[in-house]
Design a protein around this ligand. Structure first.
Ligand code: PRP
Length: 183
């Protein structure tokens, strides 16, 4: 779905498909360099990270394993609750693995700080984070993120994996949702 297909629901385009693609290519070059000669495990955080995971993995010119976790942070509301629970755990054993968590967005940071601690306790050889988007003005807990795509305003954004009530995930770009949609 194009941003133009739901233009009435959006107030501002933040990132186009091309801008996202170019940034992912840039991040992938760094990842390839940093993990040269290593076997990397990408851990995608469902559901939002599906798009970024698919694009990062295909952009990389090194072998990767892919695994998925589902955690819940804020359900149907627009605010993080800080409550994180595992809905689906990894299939992989992380012992001795080089692990890169792939996320769509860092909002409050609560999900990733919890996830990092949880995965760190499983004995990986290394553990880093790649996040396409970050909202610096929404951060409640600092998270050490090695690969960051874009800093964006603290607005309700949708697209490229990000939803409102499960809609808009399949937008090719990222945009601010119009208040009339969620109020
Ligand atoms: C979103 C996003 C991150 C998290 C970030 O997931 O994908 O996982 O929120 O928020 P935080 O930094 O405030 O913790 P969400 O819980 O909406 O689930 P989803 O990926 O299935 O949409």
């Amino acid at each position: 779905m194009e941003l133009a297909d739901v233009a009435d629901d959006l107030t501002e385009v933040l990132l186009t498909e091309v801008q996202i693609h170019d940034k992912i290519a840039e991040l992938a070059r760094r990842v390839e360099h940093d993990y040269a000669g290593e076997r990397l495990l990408l851990v995608g955080v469902l559901k939002g990270a599906v798009m970024v995971m698919a694009d990062v993995a295909r952009e990389l010119k090194i072998h990767v394993d892919m695994d998925w976790m589902a955690v819940s942070s804020y359900g149907m509301s627009t605010e993080s609750s800080g409550v994180v629970r595992i809905l689906k755990d990894l299939d992989s054993d992380l012992t001795g693995r080089h692990v890169l968590i792939v996320e769509d967005i860092i909002d409050s940071g609560l999900t990733l700080s919890w996830l990092r601690a949880n995965l760190a306790s499983r004995g990986p050889a290394s553990l880093e984070i790649l996040a396409l988007l970050r909202k610096p003005d929404a951060v409640k807990v600092a998270v050490d993120v090695k690969y960051i795509g874009f800093d964006i305003p603290n607005a309700f954004v949708v697209g490229y994996g990000l939803d409102f009530a499960e809609k808009y995930r399949n937008l090719r770009g990222v945009a601010v949702l119009a208040p009339h949609v969620y109020e």
